[in-house]
Design a protein around this ligand. Structure first.
Ligand code: HEC
Length: 102
């Protein structure tokens, strides 16, 4: 009895997690284009390759979806990239789908 309740709870928790990643708003395909057009060159010049190592390196800075929003927002502000809120949302969606998977 307890075992089956535990399994049910696990299943419920698992699907809530799965939902959390799939229901993140934004358009990943647009985010990818925006990221590649406006952000990637600098990461590439500083970190080599296509720059994506920055998202998977040991000791990367972003550890949560909240942190990802903050980082994308602060890059955008500091570098005067002038991305709108929804464009930043798309980039967050793309980076999370592709690399962070929070
Ligand atoms: C002028 C260069 C430059 C541009 C342009 C730039 N970045 Fe960055 N970005 C960096 C550097 C350098 C770091 C690493 C900072 C560090 O390690 O302290 C970084 C870190 C990041 C990280 C955190 C990686 C981690 O450690 O988990 C994210 C996410 C990110 N940038 C997103 C973006 C996005 C989105 C854009 C475009 C809107 C962008 N960056 C534009 C230079 C840039």
């Amino acid at each position: 009895m307890f075992k089956s309740i535990a399994i049910l709870l696990l299943l419920a928790g698992g699907s809530a997690l799965a939902q959390a990643t799939t229901t993140l708003p934004g358009n990943s395909a647009l985010g990818k284009k925006l990221y590649q057009g406006r952000c990637a060159a600098c990461h590439a010049s500083q970190f080599g390759g296509d720059g994506s190592v920055i998202f998977v390196r040991k000791g990367r800075h972003v550890h949560s979806i909240k942190g990802l929003y903050r980082q994308v927002g602060s890059c955008n502000t500091q570098l005067t990239r002038m991305l709108s809120g929804s464009q930043q949302q798309d980039i967050v969606k793309y980076l999370d789908d592709r690399y962070y998977k929070f």
